[in-house]
Design a binder for this molecule. Structure first.
Ligand SMILES: Cc1cc2nc3c(=O)[nH]c(=O)nc-3n(C[C@H](O)[C@H](O)[C@H](O)COP(=O)(O)O)c2cc1C
Length: 334
């Protein structure tokens, strides 16, 4: 008896979708060219490998798709496995649109199938089999040509685009933190401990560079704060100093002014109340040199972290900052 003749099990469609959504996949865009030259393309996460020899892959296409007629007869189609930063392209190709290719630069592949740029892998396939698959058709293709890169792929899980990070590296890092924090009273998993340690270690490396340039901690802080945005009043600097745990000292500013690193624009002559502090050209050059060394240090650290984990870290930190934004961190928001 064929599946079509059997009664369907009665369960909630949405629940079934949710259950399928727990299976994490990559994201592809599959393209083809119709006989009349019209280009078609759909976002598909049903893509999978089938066989190495012969090299076969498959995916399934909803019978309700506008592109069904094209794929039902297409001799060739191209699979684009999307890069981590191509989620907008995935969304674009998941919408019903008359011409999804308007404004997009494409090359022409086998059978005229449009080839998109920037994906992590691209495969040109020749239709090998088509099967009925309920409300989908299953397309099996022989891979005729492929190219791939080490760009991190886009991931799809539970209805969201995601990026993947290697589990065993996260486990190692957690074990390391546990070992080093065993003797401390801090909860080694608390966010304040983790974020604080990361910041302390990174900032510590930069401070070393500041010290080599003859700046103490407070001077280093003033320089960086004014480099982010100068024209700050003493009151504002004091507030930022207090936030960062530095002693508010007019002497620090006086000393830096005397060394030619700072200048003060005085409004109505009331120096302490109304004066705004600026970096001089010398101060700006020094801040630039420290900034460059900071970027270099950061680059080296992120290189050892790897591209995928760097993206994951940035994404999660941005989300965390957005969540905690109510506190309006003075350095970021002023
Ligand atoms: C992440 C994601 C994965 C998808 N996977 C599939 C799939 O495997 N098969 C399919 O038919 N539709 C899939 N879709 C929906 C199609 O992309 C969408 O229905 C299609 O592009 C609509 O355009 P068309 O009717 O012009 O073909 C997916 C959508 C998204 C966002």
């Amino acid at each position: 008896m064929s599946i079509a003749n059997q009664p369907s099990p009665s369960f909630d469609q949405r629940e079934f979708r949710n259950a399928l959504g727990t299976f994490t996949t990559g994201v592809t865009i599959i393209t083809a060219c119709q006989a009349d030259g019209k280009l078609v393309g759909v976002t598909a996460n049903s893509f999978n490998s089938v066989s190495l020899d012969p090299p076969l892959v498959l995916w399934s296409l909803a019978k309700s798709s506008n592109s069904l007629a094209a794929f039902e007869v297409a001799e060739y189609w191209a699979v684009h496995i999307l890069s981590h930063d191509q989620d907008q392209l995935a969304t674009h190709f998941s919408k019903r649109a008359h011409d999804k290719f308007a404004g997009l630069h494409v090359e022409s592949g086998m059978g005229g199938a449009p080839l998109l740029a920037g994906c992590t892998t691209r495969m040109e396939c020749k239709t090998a089999y088509r099967y009925d698959g309920g409300d989908h058709i299953i397309m099996v293709g022989e891979v005729m040509h492929f190219e791939h890169s080490d760009i991190a792929p886009l991931v799809y899980q539970r209805g969201n685009y995601a990026i993947a990070t290697r589990k065993e590296l996260a486990d190692e890092a957690e074990a390391l933190i546990k070992a080093t924090a065993a003797s401390s009273s801090f909860d080694e998993n608390s966010m304040s401990y983790l974020l604080g340690s990361a910041y302390f270690h990174l900032y510590g490396k930069l401070r070393e560079f500041g010290a080599a340039k003859g700046l103490n901690d407070a001077e280093f802080f003033v320089l960086n704060t004014l480099a982010a945005r100068d024209g700050r009043s003493l009151a504002e600097l004091n507030r930022l100093f207090a936030y960062a745990g530095h002693t508010p000292l007019i002497n620090v500013l006086d000393d830096m002014t005397a060394r030619g690193l700072l200048d003060i624009a005085v409004d109505k002559g009331e120096r302490n109340e109304r004066g705004l502090f600026y970096l001089t050209a010398i101060g700006r050059d020094l801040a630039q040199a420290i900034g460059d060394s900071g970027k270099q240090t950061e680059l080296e650290l992120l290189n050892s972290l790897g591209m995928v984990d760097t993206i994951a870290l940035r994404t999660l930190l941005r989300r965390f900052i957005a969540l905690t934004d109510e506190s309006k961190l003075p350095l970021d928001n002023e």
